[in-house]
Design a protein around this ligand. Structure first.
Ligand SMILES: [Zn+2]
Length: 400
């Protein structure tokens, strides 16, 4: 199959291995305000990828983390006057329920940062030992000067990188830093935040090192595929590359970087600050999970997606047609042949997960089966094929 690699900016052939596991890491949620449609879209896209690889006989080791040690979680806990751990627990339970409701297969590994601090410390120690990181006043920073390729995936100049980093939590005026773009590996944190022991004193890890450490622990030094939302390309994933490659000396850290376009709401950027998040649990109260999945996959995953609340209803009909097509009774003459449709669906998914094309074909196949059954034709073999493809894409085919 072909996958678009954000690092090279081209489609590259990806041979699905069946003699070894495929390793996939997807950056998960910070557990507050979960699970909105941006999360749902990202997890559904990777769910299709996982299902497709397994359909081909591959073993997929899929690791998705929970960032339960992170500024936004602590800020929310402070704002609401609740314990950060309890807030995280509640939100993780919600996330699991939402993903199950959306028929997203659970990842093989689902580590939580708060339980993985011991995984992070040795990597930070190694980076210091190799001269890629420095200690200052109880904090540890990654020195971007030691990585000549720093930020290469973002393809921007220094000033632009700095501007984006500053919007996303970087503190350029930190007097301990050698370069304003140097990023935190370990920090003392604020007095009311959780802290763990470390060789540099009590504190907590920086966000980026968390994913470098967990991906290494669960999947190894080098990964096949690493994904997440497009907003993670810089700084998060760029910092992961710098840390992981510097610590292990192995390049590339990741063979294929896949990024899912951001989700808008009714023409506006969906964001916490605008307060216009659509939550999966609310959408699931109104819509069949197959309709939500169909809708979210109706645009190519790399495109931005404008979620229109009034648009989901149309996909209820598509999902209903699909259910009808796999259950309708046909006759016993002139068997319907849908092998060409099947080949088209597979070719579409092979083409960098072209789900809009795959779903259009699936919809056509469903219509053909319904029509042929009405004519008394034998549709049983066609139904088996349609059911197999629909399940491969993750449709439940359950009656509402
Ligand atoms: Zn991450």
């Amino acid at each position: 199959m072909q996958l678009f690699n954000t690092l090279s900016r081209i489609r590259e052939p990806f041979t699905i291995p069946t003699d070894r596991p495929v390793t996939l890491y997807v950056c998960g949620v910070t557990p507050y305000d979960t699970t909105h449609m941006g999360h749902a879209r990202t997890f559904i896209v990777f769910d299709v990828l996982v299902r497709y690889l397994r359909w081909h006989g591959a073993t997929v080791r899929y690791c998705q983390n929970v960032t339960d040690v992170d500024d936004p979680l602590f800020e929310r806990a402070r704002r609401d006057g609740v314990d950060w751990y309890e807030l995280a627990e509640r939100q993780i339970a919600q996330l699991r329920a939402d993903c199950a409701g959306l028929n997203i297969l659970p990842p093989t590994f689902f580590p939580r940062v708060s339980e993985e601090i011991g995984t992070m410390i040795p990597i930070i120690e190694r980076l210091i030992e190799l001269g890629h990181a420095y200690v200052a006043d109880g904090n540890v920073y990654f020195s971007i000067q030691t990585d000549p390729d720093f930020g290469r995936m973002a393809r921007m100049g220094y000033a632009e990188l700095l501007a984006i980093a500053n919007q996303r939590g970087n503190n350029p005026n930190d007097p301990c830093k050698r370069d304003p773009l140097d990023f935190v590996l370990w920090q003392r944190g604020n007095p009311d935040e959780p802290k763990w022991e470390s060789p540099w004193g009590m504190g907590r890890p920086g966000w980026h090192i968390e994913c470098s450490a967990m991906s290494k622990r669960y999947l190894g030094d080098q990964l096949d595929i690493h994904g997440g939302g497009a907003d993670l390309i810089f700084p998060h994933h760029s910092c992961e590359i710098a840390q992981s490659e510097s610590a292990t000396g192995k390049k590339p850290f990741v063979r294929y970087w896949m990024h899912v376009g951001l989700v808008w709401l009714d023409g506006e950027k969906m964001s916490k600050s605008l307060g216009n998040l659509v939550f999966a649990r609310d959408a699931l109260r109104l819509h069949h999970p197959d309709a939500i999945r169909w809708y979210l996959l109706s645009e190519h995953y790399r495109e931005e997606f404008d979620y229109r609340r009034d648009a989901v209803a149309r996909y209820e009909q598509y999902a209903a047609d699909l259910r009808r097509a796999v259950t309708v009774n046909g006759g016993d003459h002139s068997p319907l042949d849908v092998s060409r449709g099947r080949a088209d669906v597979i070719a579409a998914i092979d083409d960098d997960l072209d789900t809009p094309a795959a779903l259009a074909t699936l919809h056509t196949m469903a219509g053909m089966i319904i029509d042929a059954a009405a004519e008394g034709r034998d549709v049983s073999a066609a139904q088996a094929i349609l059911r197999d493809l629909a399940t491969m894409i993750g449709f439940t085919l359950r009656e509402p």
